[in-house]
Design a protein around this ligand. Sequence first.
Ligand SMILES: [Zn+2]
Length: 67
Amino acid sequence: MAKLLIFVIVVAIAVWYFRRQLQPPSRHRSSDHGNETTMVRCAECGLYLPPANATPRGGRWYCEKHR
Ligand SMILES: [Zn+2]
């Protein structure tokens, strides 16, 4: 009975490990796509930058120079 339990655990770990191996490429692809969609454009100079570096004002985004 204990051997069966160990076998089940080993299989579960193997499946988990296999799924983890498969995930990075698709996750990388989706994150790349996410970066494209999350980039915002400065309403003043048209510069594309991530929202973390941009300042929202009046429903528009502005870069560090134009905020
Ligand atoms: Zn700007």
